[in-house]
Design a protein around this ligand. Sequence first.
Ligand code: ADP
Ligand code: ZN
Length: 218
Amino acid sequence: MIGVRLMRLVLMGPPGAGKGTQGARLAQRYGIPRYSTGDILRAARREGTELGRAAQGYMDAGELVPDAVILGMMRGTLSSEEAAAGFLLDGFPRTVAQAEGLADVLDDLGLELDAVVDLDVPDEEIVRRLSARRVCTDCGRVAPSDTVEGASCPDCGGDLRQRSDDDPRTVRRRLEVYRDETAPVLDWYERADTRVVRVRGTGLVQDVHERLVEAIGA
Ligand code: ADP
Ligand code: ZN
């Protein structure tokens, strides 16, 4: 297609900021695949693969899966033919070491990021959102906050349940990890002269989407 610009985006923000919801919409809007490390890891757990078994303990404790595991997993994905048409990364990179690893992979491929997008939501709002959220155990769809445990997914018929790491204690730990390990990634990108755009992630889903598109441009 003529005139369509390939987009290479990183979507960042604390757990519960709405990266999954907004990432899916952005990917659709720009016609690019969305690669969510959280979704990839959860699928690996469901399938009981070696990757899934390695990740399980970290995820349930709200800790990060080791950088080497994540980088090994993403290197192949980013080198794929599909990713050559642009991509949106959701939940990766989450540490400065991962950002450095991603920069190496992109260098090797001769590619650059167009923007790193930070979806900003205050902590109180995050705790409120995550304690109420129900997620499809099969396709990952996020259900409205009044959904009862065990209801069926409107997309695939799977079970809508609370995620095993959405209990208040694990959420607090995930927020700490975000502050200590992931927030510094934004400063790292700013120092590396990558375009960082910050967007407020509160309010209606559609309004946040429009704010994002306006901030990203094109
Ligand atoms: P959230 O952003 O809501 O915490 P995700 O679905 O992105 O949820 O991630 C869930 C868990 O998966 C994380 O708490 C972590 O254990 C693991 N994980 C996902 N992405 C990464 C990553 N890039 N590096 C390390 N661990 C990750
Ligand atoms: Zn589903």
